[in-house]
Design a protein around this ligand. Structure first.
Ligand SMILES: C[S@@+](CC[C@H](N)C(=O)[O-])C[C@H]1O[C@@H](n2cnc3c(N)ncnc32)[C@H](O)[C@@H]1O
Length: 251
């Protein structure tokens, strides 16, 4: 099993050192961090067409992959939905009729708005419902193993009897995301690790380094173990949209 902790200096063109928040290279970002980040993102990108085209393509392909498992009329929850871009594609391109989304960083003003997409703001609301599909697109990287197990096991209680939980993430092993393990990828991974060690040596955990710890890259074996520990028994992997997908059922 392989796992790598990684840090990040920027995301989608927003430099973290410009955010009015303390950065930590040894502590995962808080809801406040993500909220400030999304506020900046909202200022930077007036509409969707301004986002990097490659990034949008991955979101569209992710929506396509998810759409195969999402009933058009069923009850669906996106946990950690962010801006709601995947939800926009699912609704507008793939005919999904209703999606609920939750994200610990969100205020009602930011992100995709559509009557078919309903944001919810409390986990308690989730615990009172039963969904056919719950998906987490690029979310579990932001949790350590025990937090991921608790979250998945909490969500499993809100699945219908035959419901499915779908996790999409970037595996640390690029062939598990459907691409060939390239020399460039290995060099980038080692380069990142070395940069992070140097930054920690020179700057400690202060804001000066401009780095924020971002989460964990795991391989499929470890992700499978996390899902099993959360009580899922039937697990199917596939790769699409340059990511790994894990479909989890309770039996
Ligand atoms: C990389 S974004 C993915 C957004 C969206 N699902 C997508 O694929 O475009 C990760 C999202 O997870 C949310 N997130 C991170 N940790 C979380 C937590 N502990 N609880 C709820 N949401 C969380 C962040 O606010 C962020 O919006």
């Amino acid at each position: 099993m392989i796992k790598e902790f990684f840090t990040q200096n920027e995301w989608l063109g927003i430099n973290f050192s410009e955010l009015p928040v303390e950065l930590y290279s040894d502590k995962l970002p808080s809801a406040e961090f993500y909220s400030l980040f999304y506020r900046e993102l909202d200022k930077k990108y007036i509409d969707l067409s301004q986002f990097p085209i490659e990034w949008l393509k991955i979101k569209l392909n992710t929506a396509h992959a998810l759409s195969q498992f999402i009933p058009q009329e069923g009850s669906v929850l996106s946990y950690g939905c962010g801006l709601g871009i995947i939800e926009k594609y699912l609704i507008e391109n793939f005919g999904v009729n209703k999606i609920e989304g939750i994200d610990f960083a969100f205020s009602p003003q930011v992100g995709y708005k559509n009557e078919k997409f309903q944001r919810i703001f409390s986990e308690e609301e989730i615990s009172l419902k039963k969904y056919e599909v719950i998906y987490l697109s690029q979310v579990i990287y932001s949790l350590d193993d025990s937090e991921a197990i608790s979250l998945l096991s909490f969500l499993s209680k809100s699945l219908k009897h035959n419901g499915k939980l779908i996790i999409s993430y970037t595996s640390i092993l690029s062939f598990e995301n459907g691409s060939v393990l390239s020399q460039r990828f290995i060099i980038k991974l080692l380069g990142n690790k070395l940069t992070n060690i140097c930054k920690r040596m020179f700057f400690g955990n202060s804001k000066k380094s401009g780095s924020q710890s971002w989460g964990y890259m795991r391989d499929n074996e470890l992700t499978e173990l996390i899902a099993k520990r959360a009580g899922f028994a039937e697990l199917i992997f596939f790769s699409s949209a340059q990511q790994s997908f894990l479909i989890c059922s309770k039996k």
